[in-house]
Design a protein around this ligand. Structure first.
Ligand SMILES: Nc1ncnc2c1ncn2[C@@H]1O[C@H](COP(=O)(O)OP(=O)(O)OP(=O)(O)O)[C@@H](O)[C@H]1O
Ligand SMILES: [Mg+2]
Length: 335
């Protein structure tokens, strides 16, 4: 996700405040990384084996939605390998030459973190294929018929690619990773552990029921959990004695309009219109968007994905339909 300022408290992308505080909240070792048991076990094996062989680890692809821990894991990989890390991203690499400059300055065993790898340009991608497979790049010097390719040997390195859209990666690129870790949404109990850990680091006193209250509203996403924790801390500091109980957390998130299911004002407006104005649907997307006074894209891309994931709304060929759970969620009786 790009770093943008967003007024939505439940957006899974990073805003500027997140960017500023996340570094402090990032787990630094694999056993501090909460949840994702399978990926963690697989990575532990891949990294220990490489360490035993005294070699750099195979290339790793991390896929999963915003805020689920891809950047965090990439830094952990470097730390576990005792290797330096170089950070760049697909959009930052416009020309193959940009990539050649980075690759040719890597040191042996270094981890190259390539965020948003699906947004890299085609020529850069092709250079990356060769670098990943043969640890070599061809640097083209000159233009036209006189251009020559000078092969350049690279030291062994580990590429860690991250993407929110694994499906957009061309198969030849995907195939060159030795290991792909897919990050899923977190269970509430896992988010509670994230919250206790973050509270400890931020010096926030929180009781287990307070953490549970925040976890339930965090949409399965550690970044959102950490952000809600900061708003709850504000509330606890100003309106209570600083201690986060279940009640303090619930009251705080009511003020910030994040409900018990993690829905914010926009989500609820969409659901409300669907139920009250269209009797639960089916209704077309454009009509629904007009009813809530939003752009079609906003409803479709910002509100709907979570409503669908939460089992509150379904997209059907005839239009949007509310599920029985939607009526229950808004406390309405189905007519
Ligand atoms: N498994 C985890 N345990 C503890 N904290 C986590 C975990 N995963 C993520 N976090 C926290 O969530 C925040 C966001 O994680 P991170 O930046 O790694 O997400 P990302 O997948 O790279 O997101 P994006 O797609 O937006 O780049 C980090 O500050 C980190 O503290
Ligand atoms: Mg990231």
């Amino acid at each position: 996700m790009t770093e943008q300022d967003d007024t939505r408290l439940v957006d899974s992308g990073a805003d500027s405040e997140d960017t500023a505080v996340e570094a402090a909240l990032r787990p630094r070792a694999l056993d501090e990384f909460v949840g994702q048991e399978r990926v963690r076990e697989q990575l532990t094996l891949v990294l220990s084996a490489a360490r035993q062989r005294g070699a750099s680890a195979d290339h790793v692809l991390l896929s999963g939605g915003p805020g689920l821990g891809k950047t965090t894991l990439s830094m952990i990989i470097a730390a576990e390998m005792g290797a330096p890390i170089r950070i760049t991203s697909g959009p930052a690499i416009q020309h193959a030459g940009d990539l050649a400059a980075i690759l040719s300055s890597l040191t042996e065993g270094e981890v190259l973190f390539l965020d948003e790898i699906h947004r890299m340009s085609r020529p850069a991608e092709e250079m990356l294929y060769m670098a990943m497979e043969d640890f070599r790049v061809d640097v083209v010097v000159g233009k036209g018929p006189g251009a020559t390719a000078i092969p350049l040997e690279l030291p062994p390195f580990t590429l860690v690619g991250a993407t929110t859209r694994a499906g957009l990666l061309p198969p030849p690129l995907r195939d060159r990773f030795g290991f792909t870790g897919h990050l899923d949404f977190y269970e509430p109990a896992e988010l509670e552990r994230v919250l206790h850990r973050s509270a400890g680091l931020l010096g926030v006193e929180i009781e287990p029921a307070g953490a549970a209250e925040i976890a339930g509203r965090s949409r399965g996403t550690p970044r959102i959990a950490n952000r809600l924790l900061r708003r709850v801390r504000d509330f606890a500091q100003v309106r209570a004695d600083g201690f986060v109980t279940r009640e303090v957390a619930a009251r705080a998130l009511e003020v910030f309009e994040v409900d018990a299911g993690g829905l914010d004002r926009l989500d609820r407006a969409v659901l409300h219109a669907l139920l009250k104005l269209f009797d639960g649907g089916p209704v077309g997307l454009s009509t629904l968007a007009v009813a809530v006074g939003e752009e079609r894209e906003t409803v479709e891309e910002v509100a709907e994905p979570f409503l669908v994931r939460a089992g509150l709304l379904a997209r059907t060929p005839r239009g949007r339909v509310a599920t029985p759970a939607a009526w229950a969620h808004l406390g309405l009786n189905r007519r």
